[in-house]
Design a protein around this ligand. Sequence first.
Ligand code: HEC
Length: 157
Amino acid sequence: MLSLRTLPINSILLLVVMVTGGCQHTGFSGPNSIFKGRYSQYMQGNIPDQYDNLTNTLPASTENIINGEKLYQTQCLGCHGKYGKGDGLSGQQLTPRPANLAFSRRLPVTTDAFFFWTISEGGKPFGSAMPAFKEKLSDTEIWQITHYINTGFNLGV
Ligand code: HEC
């Protein structure tokens, strides 16, 4: 059985930081905790069928990444911030706060399918202000943005 005593000290510290609200900047906290909501819904496979197991249909070419960056800057930066840290000016009063994409893009849960579903459907089911982009952006544009997020916001172009 898993007991706290068997966990390495680093995991315990991480747990303490998360439970005490240290994840404020990651967008995990607040009444509509995304940590409990979006991630668990995705991990339970409880998303619309058309998003199941999707993978990026585009190559991670410079052209696609640059287009993704331009789209990110016009559509996402206001809330998620220049470097994806969830610190955009328009997002500061929101609850829950915009996610820290620079952090969450490294988590195993943020697959291509997770990004495509989240960007397409937005945050309505979770009571968040994350807009649904499926009417506004084409599939190609969503995949380009996904490539840009996965570069880590540090391409500098
Ligand atoms: C009006 C503010 C706003 C805009 C604009 C916005 N978002 Fe969000 N986004 C949020 C909020 C708030 C959350 C956290 C709640 C949620 O997941 O629904 C979020 C969550 C996310 C998540 C989930 C990440 C995670 O780890 O939980 C992704 C991915 C995302 N946004 C991508 C984008 C992309 C890409 C764009 C632009 C196409 C965008 N967002 C535009 C507010 C915004």
